[in-house]
Write a protein that binds this ligand. Sequence first.
Ligand SMILES: [Zn+2]
Length: 228
Amino acid sequence: MSRQNKEERVNGGADGRPSLAALLAAAGRDFYGRGWVLGTSGNFSAVASTDPLRLLVTASGADKGALTPAHILEIDARGEVTQGSGRPSDETRLHLTVVRARGAGAVLHTHSVWSTLLSEAFARDGRLVIEGFEMLKGLAGVRTHAHRETLPVIENSQDMDVLSRSLEGALTRYPEAHGVLLRRHGLYTWGRDLAEARRHVEILEFLLEVLGREHCAGLARPPVKEEK
Ligand SMILES: [Zn+2]
């Protein structure tokens, strides 16, 4: 890999285009502003090259409201840092798992209020089904509001071996899923590139909030039969 390519990833191209690291940092600050990655929660990654695999990933402990390209590290397929200083996010293994399983170009992970609440509410079912909403058409390949999106819900763990295997299992069992919920933890979604992954966060966070608010307001209850 040329030195120039490496510099472009961090500092941007000579034509003034922002670097991939700058775009990733901007996504983090935007998500922070929307309450989806408060404090140091959440983590983000984007594929810089596929052969060999080089993944840009947020450093552990980075405050997402103040994220800059300096908080973005480059790692290889084993999770070893190849550029930048600091330790990659604790959940880097999960990002690598999604990249391999889905051929994703970017993986974004949020800790929103609604994903935390709904992942608990649907933990026993092991999945959350969303259907009948126009916003579903924002998910890649979805053409109609009648689409039935199933988000698997997996148990949370601090053991990244366990969590990574569980995530891999969910991705295999639900090959059409655009995201996975971690119980009482948050949402993982991805896209073929960073722009698509960002769109998926926005769409899924919107839909989770709609479902959550609907549930709280009792709007989703089936009509009550009138007594005779
Ligand atoms: Zn997390």
